[in-house]
Design a protein around this ligand. Structure first.
Ligand code: RAM
Length: 378
């Protein structure tokens, strides 16, 4: 237990150091592995954590290369953790890392950042896309300039990138969310979705999966989706949208927010108002700990996520493998990912046949039993 506590403290310190920005002197990789197996033991030992990254990735040929990551937008703690994982791996491998956080979660803001990275002559660009289609021209220009393009967290058209580092299977996330709605409504009644932006590829894919599952199985026939609201991954807009949902639907039983920004804003509104509406979705444990509980005083009985630091690490190892030619992004390609739990990773075909992906692991459930421990990690 003592060792675990030390480990958590060391890990929290490392995250803080990484969040200080690209170019920090002692980059380290993530403190915890992702996926269900990691649940029993969220933090590594201090000894192990201290040697993550550098030893595992040395000799990868990253020196002399520049690897960029473009997040959805600045000011999103999930995105900060994701880019910290990316940065830690790149710098431990001797590469140069550029982290770009657009001012808003829009395609336009990402296009100008991508164009600037093309001018700088980076070797790779990993982007968490704000739109499935609108980035195609800019990313094609990058590809034509010899830059390796990949996506993470939120995808684009398959033709515009080599592969997609996917945090969890789309179907698995959709199933977990619709089952949570089913459970928290008691199997029937009204629910609403509070999403990020209306163009977000990842949220739209999860919402589509929820709807398809619900439409094709009688089990869910008692559920009524009254609205998909968009908080644009902005805390204030997400707060306003939550308040509007409560006003407009007095019979509402559950809000499902498949966005870490949306769920934390909604959790505060519901808890402050002592609302009987229950909340679930995808949340960052560090932001949601005070709202998770099984009694009436807490707005969120349970939620899901994965390790965003590990998602960034996976994208970094994928970037390195694309740049050094170990992989091209086609199905069957395989590459080493340092100390990551599921290394080596294999590129697979996406279920809709449109391109390839590398899946980090299954979505993981956070509830009153484990939230305190994970809140210290991410
Ligand atoms: C928000 C972002 C991100 C998503 C998480 C769950 O931080 O929209 O893209 O993956 O939520």
């Amino acid at each position: 237990m003592k060792k675990k506590l030390i480990s958590v403290l060391v890990s929290a310190g490392m995250i803080a150091a990484l969040l200080a920005g690209c170019g920090s002197s002692t980059p380290e990789s993530s403190p915890a592995s992702s996926g269900a197996a990691a649940a029993a033991e969220p933090a590594e030992s201090a000894d192990t954590a201290a040697t993550d990254g550098a030893a595992e990735t040395s000799g990868s040929g990253a020196a002399g290369h520049t690897y960029a990551i473009v997040t959805k937008a600045a000011g999103n703690p999930y995105m900060e953790r994701m880019s910290s994982g990316f940065q830690g791996v790149i710098e431990a491998a001797g590469g140069t890392c550029i982290v770009q956080n657009p001012e808003a979660a829009t395609a336009d803001a990402q296009i100008s950042v991508i164009q600037s990275l093309i001018s700088q002559g980076v070797d790779s660009i990993a982007v968490a896309a704000n739109d499935a289609n609108a980035l195609t021209a800019a990313l094609t220009e990058a590809k034509d300039a010899g830059i390796q393009v990949l996506t993470l967290d939120s995808d684009v058209n398959a033709a515009a990138r080599r592969t997609f580092c996917n945090q969890a299977g789309i179907q698995e996330v959709g199933q977990a969310l619709i089952d949570a709605v089913y459970d928290l409504t008691g199997g029937k009644g009204q629910y609403a979705i509070l999403s990020a932006t209306s163009q977000a590829t990842n949220q739209n894919a999860w919402i589509d999966a929820m709807k398809t599952i619900a439409e094709n199985d009688d089990k869910y026939s008692g559920l009524e989706l009254v609205e998909v609201a968009y908080g644009d991954d902005e805390p204030q807009k997400s707060t306003d949208q939550t308040q509007a949902l409560l006003q407009n639907y007095p019979e509402l039983k559950v809000i499902c927010a498949p966005t870490t920004v949306g769920i934390s804003a909604a959790a505060k509104v519901l808890q402050d108002q002592k609302s009987s509406v229950k909340l679930t979705g995808l949340g960052l444990p560090s932001e949601m700990a005070e709202y998770i509980g099984s009694d009436g005083a807490h707005s969120c009985p349970y939620m899901f996520l994965w390790n965003p630091i590990d998602l960034g690490k996976l994208a970094a190892y994928t970037s390195i493998a694309l740049v050094d030619g170990t992989i091209t992004g086609k199905a069957g390609d395989s590459f080493e990912a340092g100390d990551m739990e599921n290394s080596p990773y294999t590129v697979t075909d996406m279920s809709d046949g449109t391109g390839t992906e590398i899946i980090l692991g299954p979505p993981f459930r956070f509830d009153p039993d484990n939230i305190a421990e994970w809140a210290e990690v991410y």
